[in-house]
Design a protein around this ligand. Structure first.
Ligand code: GLN
Length: 246
């Protein structure tokens, strides 16, 4: 029997939050990476979408959401608030989540935009974000003990400050990350990975993709049996990314 015909080890349901309004700089690629790596590990993926106004699906194993313009964040804010308790319960129950840039900001307490508009967040992460006139733009390399070097691209006006209940995802060695004053990037809390980095993030950072997959599968099936994956192309992309100018 060819490996492709091997029996599935299980099914993982991935929910993409607000792809219509929050999905820039290739963030959609994160979902494709999860789907492909799940297949390589021997699991099936079901991709679900939740946009503002939709019913929230039951039985989700991984939540993932991308960045957006300030205007997109305004569009989704009410729906996000109406699902805040559900999202908090999922997070506290250990559901792995990836929140990029605009959604990262709204997982926090609030985002005060550069024109003074306050977009309330859902407070799952102990962070707050203040918009400024200068945008933080360019390639980023950040070091993480958990995931190794993290490569990506940032473009945001919001500057995020972490409270005591979250820890940084990584320490920036190129670029700005959370804000222009401190040298950290992103946030880690429960099984949530939050980051300013687009690119998209997961193709060049398979360790983060496998973390989300491992946690989801273990939570659902009690254990995770990884497949053997040839990551030579991801490694090549990481080397190129590391050599890119800011
Ligand atoms: N609109 C937000 C900001 O500018 C988020 C941007 C993004 O998601 N790239 O800070």
């Amino acid at each position: 029997m060819s490996p492709d015909a091997a029996a599935s080890k299980g099914t993982v349901r991935i929910l993409q939050l607000y792809p219509r309004d929050m999905n820039i700089y290739g963030d959609w690629g994160n979902v494709l990476v999860l789907k492909q790596r799940l297949a390589w590990h021997g699991y099936d993926a079901v991709i679900l979408e939740h946009n503002a106004g939709d019913d929230f699906p039951a039985d989700v194993d991984i939540l993932i959401g991308g960045g957006g313009q300030d205007s997109g964040q305004v569009v989704i804010q009410q729906d996000l608030q109406s699902n805040a308790a559900r999202l908090r319960a999922l997070a506290e129950d250990g559901t792995p989540m990836l929140a990029i840039c605009g959604l990262y900001q709204l997982f926090g307490r609030f985002f005060k935009t550069h024109d003074g508009t306050v977009i309330p967040g859902i407070g799952i992460l102990d962070i707050e974000t203040h918009g400024g006139d200068a945008r933080l733009i360019g390639n980023v390399v950040a070091r993480s003990e958990e995931f190794g070097d993290i490569h990506g691209y940032e473009n945001h006006s919001g500057q995020t400050f972490l409270g005591p209940d979250v820890r940084p995802l990584a320490t920036v060695s190129k670029g700005e990350g959370n804000n222009a004053k401190e040298d950290h990037e992103g946030a880690r809390h429960l099984n949530i990975v939050a980051s300013y980095l687009h690119g998209s993030l997961l193709p060049k950072n398979p360790a983060i993709a496998d973390f989300l997959i491992r946690e989801a599968v273990t939570r659902k099936y009690g254990s995770f049996e990884p497949g053997t994956i040839d990551d030579s192309i991801a490694e090549l992309a990481r080397r190129h990314a590391a050599a890119r100018p800011r």
